[in-house]
Design a protein around this ligand. Structure first.
Ligand SMILES: C[S@@+](CC[C@H](N)C(=O)[O-])C[C@H]1O[C@@H](n2cnc3c(N)ncnc32)[C@H](O)[C@@H]1O
Ligand code: SF4
Ligand code: SF4
Length: 359
């Protein structure tokens, strides 16, 4: 892989070629970049809103530009922008534009107060996909889970706004659900909602590390039911390999985590760690530390890692790429133009790269 990326923005074809080379070269292909840890919600399933965070600790757009170039030294990657609530950053379009020169920026959001102008600004800046978190098809239950009245109505509006503001075939919109003990029997309603709206659906199981509260954990078995939903709804994008391991993940955990090898995390200060749950043990800074040094340190963390505490979709969807069955179903999805593929499908479907939501 070339040491220094070109000074001009790469074309989509060049970025895809660099992404494939990163994969073949066993370099990371996916990273989560938490642009802020501030949040305007009070979700029961997530503890980030309880932590004190200030905008002063966050990277500037200029630092994102430097970080994006450093990140590009080993290839192009899928970068999922999340947090905290990424839309709280008014300069998010600048962050997206900095990343889109070399990479594939995605975003996961609670969808609060997205208007057409904001959605258009993000698509125009180069956003590749937007995932809006919706856990229930019932407004009252979603609002209760998210700790904010009106959360469901706003999320629904955000899905429609992102969907209708798209300007290019590759731009992808998803509803992203967290599978919990509370919604595991009603998830079909959310899948059907995505289907009705003509957007994709993705799911990840609740992870205990964000709250320490095990009461939200879904009760296995769940995999067969999820696979059945996936067979029945065309826009259910989650990789079948990923879904097939939910039961194992909920009953002792899945071994062989590739965090640090295939995926990694960057926090709001630019600190790099093997995964979001390991952010207290950074290996360096995406702005200051040369990428080859970061990669060596991340690999060292990966080699000694025995953790199996989560099955977030950033983990499971990317690990699917390293199994023959998972790769076969994921790569065409990643590389094909969504509307060309959509034309070949009966159900409405806008394709999506793996690992969009992240933990
Ligand atoms: C941490 S949030 C950040 C982005 C944004 N604030 C949102 O809620 O979409 C990223 C994703 O993780 C999900 N999530 C939150 N708590 C979780 C948990 N304990 N286990 C698994 N996923 C969780 C959210 O629903 C969302 O889809
Ligand atoms: S899940 Fe998202 S919206 Fe909810 S508290 Fe966590 S960061 Fe905020
Ligand atoms: S299994 Fe453990 S090390 Fe791997 S991504 Fe999840 S929390 Fe991080």
């Amino acid at each position: 892989m070339s040491a220094t990326p070109s000074t001009r923005p790469l074309t989509t074809r060049e970025k895809k070629a660099r992404l494939v080379r990163a994969y073949v070269g066993r370099h990371p292909v996916w990273c989560a970049w938490q642009v802020t840890y501030r949040c305007n919600f009070r979700c029961r399933i997530c503890g980030y809103w309880r932590e004190p965070h200030s905008p002063a600790e966050e990277l500037s757009v200029g630092q994102f530009e430097r970080g994006a170039v450093n990140l590009a030294r080993h290839g192009s990657v899928i970068v999922n922008l999340a947090g905290g609530e990424p839309l709280l950053r008014r300069d998010l379009a600048g962050i997206v534009a900095a990343l889109a020169r070399w990479h594939f920026p995605l975003m996961t959001t609670n969808g609060w107060r997205v208007d057409r102008g904001r959605a258009r600004e993000l698509w125009d800046a180069g956003l590749w996909g937007a995932s809006v978190s919706i856990d229930y098809a019932d407004a009252r239950r979603h609002d209760d889970q998210r700790g904010r009245e009106g959360a469901f109505a706003e999320a629904l509006r955000a899905v429609e706004t992102f969907r209708d503001a798209r300007t290019a075939p590759h731009q992808r919109v998803n509803i992203m659900a967290v599978l919990t003990a509370g919604n595991q029997d009603d998830l079909e309603g959310v899948v059907a909602l995505a289907h009705r709206l003509g957007v994709n659906f993705m799911v990840q199981p609740y992870g205990v590390l964000k709250t320490g509260d095990a009461s939200h954990r879904p009760r296995p078995p769940v995999s067969e039911r999820l696979l059945d939903l996936r067979r029945r709804y065309g826009g259910f994008l989650s990789n079948p390999y990923f879904l097939s391991r939910f039961d194992a993940a909920l009953d002792g955990g899945v071994t062989g985590c590739r965090a640090g090898m295939a995926t990694f995390n960057i926090d709001q200060r630019g600190l790099v760690a093997k995964c979001v749950e390991d952010r207290a043990r950074p290996v360096g800074s995406i702005v200051e530390t040369p990428m080859n040094v970061l990669l060596e340190r991340l690999r060292a963390r990966w080699r000694t890692n025995t953790c199996r505490a989560c099955w977030y979709n950033c983990r499971g969807e990317v690990e699917a790429l390293y199994t023959p069955r998972g790769l076969a179903s994921a790569l065409p999805m990643l590389l094909a133009d969504s509307r060309a593929r959509q034309a070949r499908k009966r159900a409405p479907r806008v394709e999506d790269p793996p690992g969009q939501a992240g933990g």
